[in-house]
Write a protein that binds this ligand. Structure first.
Ligand SMILES: Nc1nc2c(ncn2[C@@H]2O[C@H](COP(=O)(O)OP(=O)(O)OP(=O)(O)O)[C@@H](O)[C@H]2O)c(=O)[nH]1
Ligand SMILES: [Mg+2]
Length: 311
C-alpha cells in the first residue's frame, strides 16, 4: 500500500515545528516514496535560501568557522541551517562529536538547525540526498544553509556543484596552498579563508594564493575571489568573511549567474538520481547479459542502449 504523507505533517512543517522538519528530513533521506512526495510538496516554497559550501582539509577549522559565521548571521537576524556531511576519512573519526559539542550552544535557538548526514544508503547517493535536504531546509524558511564537507572532487559531495558560494578553507604551514594548487581545487573557491592565521606562514600562504589568482585573466565584471584572514578559534576576521559571502551572492544576482547556479543544481540532482537508477539496473541484470558483454557478443554501446531503453 502506498502511504501518503499526512497533511498534519505538512501543516506542522509550514508552522515551523522543528520535529516536523526532522521527520521530513528522515523521510527524504530514507529514499521512500513518501519522502519524494513530501519533497515535491515543499519544493515550490523554496528558492530563497543562500547555500554556502565550506570545504577544506580535515581539521582546517571548518566547523569552528561555521559556528562563528552562525553567530554573525544571528546578529543579523538570519535563520541558519548547517548540514555537516559526515567525513568518510579516517582522520576525522571524532569530528562529528566535536562538531556537535562545538555547535551545541545553538541548541536552544529555534532559528538554528544543525544536522549531520551519514554517508551511506541514500537514494541517488549522498550528493543528491544532501541537495534534497537543502531543498527542505530552504522551503522551511532558513535564510542561510551551510554545507560543511571535507575535501573537493574526491569527496562524496561535490560542493561546487551544489552551493551558491564555496568557501575554501586553507591553513598556513602545511603546504596547503601548494596542495590545493596541484589538486586543481583553487578554481572552485569563490572565497578563500586562510584560517589559523595565528600560526606562522599566513602571509606567505596569502601571497601564494594571490600569485595563482593573478594568473587568471580577469574580464570586467568577473568575480575576483577575495582572501579572508581568519582565526576562527578567537572569532577574528569572521565579519569580513561573512561580508565576502554576501558580496558574492550580490554578484551572482546582478550578473545573472544565480539562475545558472540553480539550474546547475537541478541538473546535478537529476543526474545523480539517474546514475543511481542505472547502477541499480546494471546490478540487477541477469548473468547472461553481463557475460554477453564480457565475451564481446554484445557491445558496450548496445548494452547501454538496452539498459536505458527499459524503464
Ligand atoms: N590555532 C588555531 N586553531 C584553530 C583555529 N580554528 C580552529 N582551530 C582548531 O583546529 C581544530 C580543528 O577545528 P575544526 O573546526 O574541528 O576543524 P574542521 O575543519 O571542522 O575539522 P573536520 O570536520 O574534522 O575536518 C580544533 O581544535 C580547533 O579549535 C584557528 O584559527 N587557530
Ligand atoms: Mg568539522
Amino acid at each position: 500500500m502506498l502511504l501518503s504523507v499526512s497533511t498534519a505533517l505538512i501543516d506542522r512543517f509550514f508552522n515551523r515545528d522543528e520535529r516536523a522538519l526532522a521527520r521530513a528530513i528522515s523521510l527524504v533521506e530514507s529514499g521512500l516514496r513518501q519522502g519524494q512526495q513530501l519533497l515535491q510538496t515543499m519544493r515550490p516554497h523554496g528558492g530563497k535560501a543562500v547555500i554556502i559550501g565550506i570545504t577544506g582539509s580535515p581539521g582546517s577549522g571548518k566547523s569552528t568557522l561555521t559556528d562563528r559565521l552562525i553567530a554573525v548571521a544571528r546578529e543579523r537576524d538570519k535563520r541558519v541551517a548547517v548540514i555537516a556531511v559526515d567525513p568518510t576519512s579516517p582522520y576525522s573519526g571524532g569530528a562529528i562529536l566535536g562538531d556537535r559539542i562545538r555547535m551545541m550552544r545553538w541548541h536552544q535557538d529555534e532559528n538554528v538547525y544543525i544536522r549531520s548526514m551519514a554517508t551511506r544508503g541514500h537514494l541517488g547517493g549522498l550528493a543528491a540526498a544532501t541537495l534534497q535536504v537543502v531543498a527542505l531546509l530552504d522551503a522551511y524558511g532558513f535564510d542561510l544553509i551551510f554545507i560543511e564537507t571535507v575535501g573537493v572532487g574526491q569527496s562524496e559531495v561535490d560542493i561546487v556543484e551544489v552551493a551558491d558560494s564555496t568557501v575554501l578553507v586553507l591553513t598556513p604551514g602545511q603546504g596547503d596552498g601548494v596542495q590545493a594548487f596541484k589538486a586543481g581545487i583553487m578554481e572552485i573557491a569563490d572565497i578563500f579563508a586562510i584560517n589559523k592565521f595565528d600560526l606562522p606562514g599566513g602571509p606567505r600562504l596569502k601571497r601564494e594564493i594571490q600569485a595563482v589568482l593573478e594568473l587568471n585573466q580577469w574580464t570586467p565584471g568577473s568575480w575576483q575571489p577575495p582572501i579572508s584572514e581568519t582565526i576562527a578559534s578567537q572569532g577574528q576576521g569572521i565579519s569580513e568573511l561573512y561580508e565576502h559571502i554576501e558580496a558574492h551572492y550580490r554578484h551572482l544576482q546582478s550578473s545573472g549567474k544565480l539562475r545558472q547556479v540553480k539550474q546547475q543544481r537541478a541538473r546535478f540532482e537529476i543526474a545523480a538520481l539517474i546514475t543511481e537508477e542505472v547502477r541499480r539496473k546494471v546490478h540487477a541484470r541477469e548473468q547472461g547479459f553481463i557475460e554477453a558483454v564480457l565475451h564481446g557478443q554484445m557491445s558496450l554501446e548496445e548494452a547501454v542502449k538496452e539498459l536505458l531503453r527499459e524503464s
